[in-house]
Design a protein around this ligand. Structure first.
Ligand SMILES: [Mn+2]
Length: 363
């Protein structure tokens, strides 16, 4: 990440806050996604490292374990302080926070750790800036979109290549492992979530985890997967029917479900543009699925149409019945209608889009 990119991200975050002078981010054993957003760091755990944002600069406090990694990869000019017993880093933090209005990511930091910080740095009160941070991250900059595009293209290729591995008797777990292997060979840093593979009637369960179910002729094969590239995620779902095309009613019914889901997705994508509410986009897909074929699929689309995507797989708002936020250029959101018929099977088709200035681009 370049210095200017870091600066504009910090500015954007502060623009969503009120009277905040300093934002303190503290990792636990887990990484605060905002920590990656503001540093661009791609390697390392940075456990219990601090990132302190001021108007307008960032300072990183990290242990000697990752100090070297940090100074090599942070944006030019960013200060990195070693949290070493020989260095009085606490008074440095104290100096930054003294008499300042401090914002914290309350939805990330554990309560016990929060209380410890309040005491350690003599803080009277702090303001929750979690919403401001997530608002800032909703609008992706060019660098972010570039990484997401790479991740999407890897997953799309993997969804094509995996079809060679479809054979009678293979288990969901085996196919998921193959998928991850292909994805890694195409350049994914890691799966962005555990790869979902569903055969047959398991496809009717949106969050089914791969088990030892074996593939049979005529089964649906649903694969929902993502790749991570430079901290950014993709999330793509494809549904296939295993075996030769034929004239059976079963095959025709499955093909029809796939067509309806694809049409719902296209209708929704066509309606995406700045200024429209996420809930309206959801409704377009929902209404179509509920009414097509004399309401045969009514009530069988059972989840939100999509979610925002970025450093996290669920990265903020999306397309759901309650999504009141207006769409803005730069938002990256999944579009994933589905139909789920318990005992029979399910179809989901998912692509990732970026809102443009007058519509949507499918990534
Ligand atoms: Mn998704």
């Amino acid at each position: 990440m370049k210095k200017e990119e870091q600066l504009s991200r910090i500015k954007r975050a502060f623009s969503y806050t009120k009277d905040i002078d300093v934002i303190v981010l503290l990792n636990t054993g887990n990484m605060d996604p905002n920590f990656l957003y503001f540093t661009g760091l791609k390697n390392g755990l940075f456990e219990y490292s601090y990132l302190i944002l001021e108007k307008y600069k960032a300072t990183l406090f990290t242990s000697s374990l990752e100090y070297e990694t940090a100074i090599e990869s942070v944006p030019e000019g960013m200060k990195v302080v070693k949290m070493d017993p020989s260095i009085d880093f606490r008074s440095e933090i104290n100096a930054i926070l003294k008499d300042k209005k401090v914002g914290m990511n309350d939805f990330f930091i554990p309560h016990g750790l929060y209380l410890l910080l309040m005491k350690r740095y003599n803080l009277k009160d702090t303001v929750d800036v979690s919403e401001a941070l997530s608002k800032a991250r909703l609008i992706k900059d060019e660098l972010e979109i570039k990484s997401i595009k790479k991740a999407v293209s890897i997953t799309k290729w993997a969804e094509m290549m995996i079809q060679k591995a479809f054979k009678e008797g293979i288990t969901e777990k085996e196919l998921a492992a193959k998928f991850d292997q292909i994805s890694a060979s195409l350049g994914s840093d890691s799966p962005s979530f555990e790869t979902i593979v569903c055969f047959g009637k398991n496809a009717a369960l949106p969050h089914h985890f791969p088990d030892n179910t074996k593939l049979k002729k005529g089964d649906f094969i649903l694969i929902d997967a993502g790749a991570k590239v430079d901290n950014y995620c993709s999330d793509i779902t494809r549904t296939f029917i295993f075996g030769e095309q034929n004239e059976s009613d079963d095959y025709k019914a499955k093909l029809r479900m796939m067509k309806v889901v694809k049409d719902a997705q296209l209708r929704a994508i066509k309606a995406i543009k700045p200024g429209v509410k996420g809930s309206e986009i959801h409704k377009i897909a929902q209404d179509y699925i509920d009414t097509v074929d004399d309401g045969f699929y009514k009530g069988k689309f059972i989840h939100a149409l999509g979610h925002s995507l970025g450093i996290e797989v669920h990265d903020g708002i999306g397309f759901s019945p309650g999504a009141n936020q207006l769409l803005k250029p730069g938002m990256v959101i999944t579009v994933e209608p589905g139909i789920y018929l318990p005992g029979f099977g399910g179809v989901r088709i998912e692509d990732d889009i970026v809102v443009t200035k007058d519509g949507a681009e499918v990534l």
